[in-house]
Design a protein. Structure first.
Length: 126
């Protein structure tokens, strides 16, 4: 669940909660703003090869990675992801894991759940 705690400046700030763990995140600030509220399916999470000028936004403390979010409702938004909040603070609508957090922990937590369930449901509130 992405538990939204604050909405301002075309963005949402909150916590990504997986089991009893949680990590501070941001969604939006750029493009069409924050991720729309609703239910998403997540079934792919993978590392990216670092490519200068292309993957900085997805690069955390250790490596670049993304998890794909599939909206389960009508929206014109595409390409929505969970990823480290690399380079500048904020995203184009994805859930960006704060630079203060250990984003590789999130990557491995998602992978562990996907190994068990093959697909996860993500709720974005507010």
């Amino acid at each position: 669940m992405f538990d939204v705690l604050d909405i301002s400046n075309n963005s949402k700030v909150g916590n990504l909660c997986i089991g009893d763990q949680q990590w501070e995140c941001i969604s939006g600030k750029y493009g069409k703003g924050s991720l729309p509220s609703g239910i998403y399916n997540l079934n792919k999470c993978y590392k990216l090869e670092f490519v200068k000028g292309e993957t900085e936004a997805y690069t955390g403390k250790e490596f670049a990675w993304v998890a794909r979010l599939e909206p389960q409702f009508e929206t014109d938004r595409t390409g929505l992801l969970i990823h480290p909040d690399g380079n500048k603070e904020g995203t184009l609508g994805c859930i960006g894991i704060s630079k203060k957090e250990n984003d590789s922990e999130v990557f491995y937590a998602i992978l562990d759940l996907l190994n068990d369930k093959k697909e996860l449901t993500v709720l974005v509130n507010k």
